[in-house]
Design a protein around this ligand. Sequence first.
Ligand SMILES: O=P(O)(O)OC[C@H]1O[C@](O)(CO)[C@@H](O)[C@@H]1O
Length: 764
Amino acid sequence: MSTLRSKDAWQALERHYESMRKRRLRDLFARDADRAKHFSAEAAGWRLDYSKHRVSHATMQHLFALARECKLEARRDAMFAGDKVNNTEHRAALHIALRAPAGSVIECDGENVVPGVHATLDRMAVFADAVRNGDLIGFSGKRIRNIVNIGIGGSDLGPVMAYEALRHYSDRTLRMRFVSNVDHTDFAEAVRDLEPEETLFIVASKTFTTLETMTNAHTARDWLLAAAGSKQAVKKHFVALSTNREAVRKFGIPAMHTFGFEDWVGGRYSMDSAIGLSTMIAIGPRAFGEMLDGFHAMDEHFRNAPLEENLPAIMGLLSVWYTDFFGAETVAVLPYEQYLKRFPAYLQQLTMESNGKRVTRGGKAVDVATGPVFWGEPGTNGQHSFYQLIHQGTRLIPCDFIAFGQSLNPSGRHHDLLLANVIAQAEALAFGKTLKEVRDEGVPASLAPHKVFEGNRPSSLLTAQRLTPATLGALVALYEHSVFVQAAIWDINPFDQWGVELGKVLAKKVAEEIESPRKRLAHDASTNHAIRWYRKARAQTVSDGLGTPTVLVLDIGGTHVKIRISDRDEMRRFKSGPNLTPQDMMDKLLPLIEDWRYDAVTLGVPAPVIQGRLRTDPINLGKGWKDFDFRRAFNCPVRVVNDAAMQALGSYQGGRMLFLGLGTGLGSALIIDGVLQPTELSHMPWREHTYEHYVSDKFYNENKDAWAENVLELIRVMRNAFMPDYVMLGGGNVRHLKDLPDGVLRGENGNAFDGGFRIWELPR
Ligand SMILES: O=P(O)(O)OC[C@H]1O[C@](O)(CO)[C@@H](O)[C@@H]1O
C-alpha cells in the first residue's frame, strides 16, 4: 500500500465515500437552506460556488485533513520560498515571483529575483510602447503593424489565450498572429495577408531549441529575407523571448531585442514572464501590470487564507475527491465567455503536462489515479454538442462553469440568455429530472426513460464581475495553484515533463529516415510500414512538382562527375572516364554524399535524352546507362536530362533561347518561353562531316582559327533556322572565343547546377 493510501485521512475518506456515494444533491440542498453560502469562497475578484458538488461538511473536513497530513501548507511555503521543489530538474518553481510587486524580496539561491523580474518588465514596456506608438520601424522605413508570435506549448498557449481573452483591451490597429504547429500551413496562413516590411516576429522559446519553433523561426527568417534582401533586416524584425541567450545571438537577434527569464519559470507557468510580450504589446504595459496584480492577489490568497476558505485548495481537493474516490476521469471546463475560447486549451497543458505523472517525487509508482483529463469549449456552443453525454451518459464528469456578471459587448438580451444558460445547466446537472416528474408531464411510458435526467452531476460555478486583465490573472493563478494542491496530495512533481521526451527523440530519428530514403529501417513492422508509406507520398509530392524539394544534381562529364545539392554552395566531385558504368558511379557517389539529404535527383548526362529517357549510352562513358533504374538506385524521384539541356536551363534568361555547348563535342538545346525542347544538332551532316566535327575540341586542337570561324558559321546557320531572341554559348571551349556577335551571350559552367535545380520547377 502506498504512503498516501495508508494515511489516516485517506482511509477516513475511503470510509466516508461509502456514505456519500449515493447521497443526492437534492437531499443535501433540502437539508441546508444556506448550502450555497456554506459551500462558497471568494478571492481576488472571484467567487467559487461549490455547493453543487457531492460533498458534505464532513467531506470537506476529511479533505482538509488529508491536505494537512500531506503537508500541503509546508509544500506551498517551500514553493513560495524558492526551494528546489522541481526535484527532478533541481530547480525552483518561482512563477509567483513574476508577479510580485517591485520591492518584495523572493530569494532563489540566496539572490533576490524580484529586481531582475522588474528590470525585464520595464524593458518589455519600453519595447511594447515603441510598437504601439508606431516608433518601431521595419527595413523599408514603414512602421511595424503585424506581430507574429512563434512558439509552442507554454510559449504559445498562454500568449494566444491571453490575447484572445483580453482582445477587448487590445490595440486594434495591430494585427496579432500566433504560429505554433510545425505544419507549414500554420505559418503560411498566418502571414498570407501580411507585408514583411511591417511584420515583427517574436520567437518565444524558453530553450530556443524546440524543433517546431526553430523550424518556424527559420521559415519566418527566409520569408522576411526574400523581401528584405539583407540579413540586417533580422535585427529589426525579430525579437526573442528565451533563457538561452547564446542560441538567440547565433540566430542573429541582438541583445536589445532579447527578453530573458530564468530557469525557475516553467513553460506552462510563463505567460506572465517575458513570454507575455505579445500580450503586453496588445494590451499595453499598464493593463499587463493589472493582469500581474490579479495573479498576485490570488497568490497571496493561496499563501495566506486558511485551507477552509482557500479557493485553489478547495478546487484541488475536489479534483482529488472525484478522481480518486468516484473514479471520474475528466473535468470539463466550460467558460460562458467567448473571449475565453482558448482557455480550455491553455488549461490542458497547465493541468495535464503538470499532473500527468505515474511516479511520486521519490520515483515510486503511484497506486491512485492522478491528473484527470481536462477538456472543454465555450458555452453555449458545447450545449449543442457534447453536453448530452454530461447530462445522460454513463460517466461522471465534474464541470467548471465560468461566467461574468457583465458582458464586454452588451447588446439586447444576449448576456441575459448566456447567463441564463450557464445557471440552468448547473441546475439541470445537479438535480436532473426523475421518472416521476417525467411521467407527471404526461410523457408516454415508452419514452419516459429517455427523458429522465439522473442528476447528481457535480459542478463548480466560478463567477467574477467582468473579464478584465486582473480577473484573468487571478483565474490563471487559481488553476496554477489548484494543480499544485493536487500534486501535493499525490506526492508528484508538477513542474517537470519527462513524458514529452521520448516522442521528441523518436521523431528526430524518423525525420532522418524519411529524408534519407536509402536508410534501412529497423523499427517494428507497423512503424516501418508508416515510414515507407510516407516516403512514397513524399516522393509523389516531389514528382507532382509541389513544394520545394532539396535537389541533388549530378553533372556527369567524360572526366569528372560534379555534384551539388540545392541547399548548399559546396560542390563535390569524383573521377569518371570511358569505363564508368552507372553502378560504378553509384558506388563512388553514395559514400561521398552520406551527410547530404535530398528529395529528388537530376542527372545531367552527355547523351541524347527524350522524354526523360536516355536514347543511347553516353559515347564517352562505360556501358549500361540506357536501361539503368536510377529511380530505384536513389529511392526517390529522378529526372534524367541531357547535360547541355541542363546547362541551357540554368542559363536561360527568358524568351526564345538557343543554347550551344562547346566542349568535347557539340551540345544543343532550345528553350521557348520556359519550355525546354531537346535538339540533337551535333550529328547532322555539314560539309563533309557533321556539325560536331567542325566545332569539336579535337578540331580546335588541330586548327584554332578555323575552329573559331566554324563556330561563328554554326551560329549564323542555326540563328536562321531557329530564329532565337539570343544565343547562349556554354561548355568549356567558349573561353577561346574573343569577340561574340550581337545577341550571342557567354554562359557559365556552374549554370548546369542551376538548371538541374530548376528542372523541378518545370511542369512535367
Ligand atoms: O519554450 P520552449 O523551450 O520552446 O518549449 C515549449 C514547450 O515544450 C515543452 O517543453 C514540452 O512540450 C513544454 O513544457 C514547453 O512549454
